[in-house]
Design a protein around this ligand. Structure first.
Ligand code: ZN
Length: 196
């Protein structure tokens, strides 16, 4: 009798854990779907940076790109600690989707691999290119933390900056919700870096 009780308790714990794993899987799948919907790309390559950032990409990213991602987050975490923030400051807390660039140069001719996304809240603003805008990066999910950037094949120094900048939104979301709401939508003004 005692054994049977123990067995059913153990079984319900196993079912409970399996349930959690399924919820996490479902969540990751819906984030992947959202990244694919926004970018129009398929992320067939999965890897990690040396520091443990989860990467989903359209093709295998260069080692230079992966280390630039690590560097951008390391810089972000340093400035976040200066602001006394403590949450979300591990590389392994982040998932980054690397999409195809929809342009590689900005209007001024500078190297600027960006993603075209539906303009929505930017309609009619200076960012609006006629139904879509070019974005260097875009938040896909606040929890778990995930964002989208474009593949860079040339100078990757820009990658570190834009990872730091996209990451700012997520760090603020988890540490300073008031400031997050003030700065989440750039069509309302404000730009990066937010944290000094
Ligand atoms: Zn931003």
């Amino acid at each position: 009798m005692k054994n049977k009780l123990f067995f059913s308790a153990a079984l319900s714990v196993i079912i409970g854990v399996t349930g959690l794993v399924q919820v996490a899987d479902g969540q990751n799948r819906s984030i992947l779907n959202e990244a694919q919907r926004v970018s129009g790309d398929r992320f067939t390559v999965t890897t990690r940076t040396p520091q443990g950032v989860r990467i989903h990409a359209v093709r295998r990213p260069s080692a230079a790109m992966l280390s630039a991602i690590d560097r951008g987050l390391t810089d972000l975490f340093a400035v976040a600690r200066k602001n006394r923030y403590t949450r979300g400051l591990n590389h392994s807390d982040y998932t980054i989707y690397i999409a195809n660039a929809d342009r590689t140069r900005d209007a001024a001719g500078n190297y600027s691999p960006d993603i075209a996304i539906g303009s929505a809240q930017y309609a009619g603003s200076v960012y609006d290119q006629g139904g879509y805008i070019y974005a260097a990066g875009m938040i896909i999910s606040n929890q778990p933390m995930a964002f989208l950037i474009a593949e860079h094949t040339g100078d990757v120094s820009r990658v570190a900056d834009l990872v730091r900048f996209e990451g700012e939104h997520l760090v603020l979301y988890h540490n300073d919700r008031r400031r997050y709401h003030q700065t989440a939508d750039h069509s309302q003004g404000g730009s990066h870096p937010i944290l000094q």
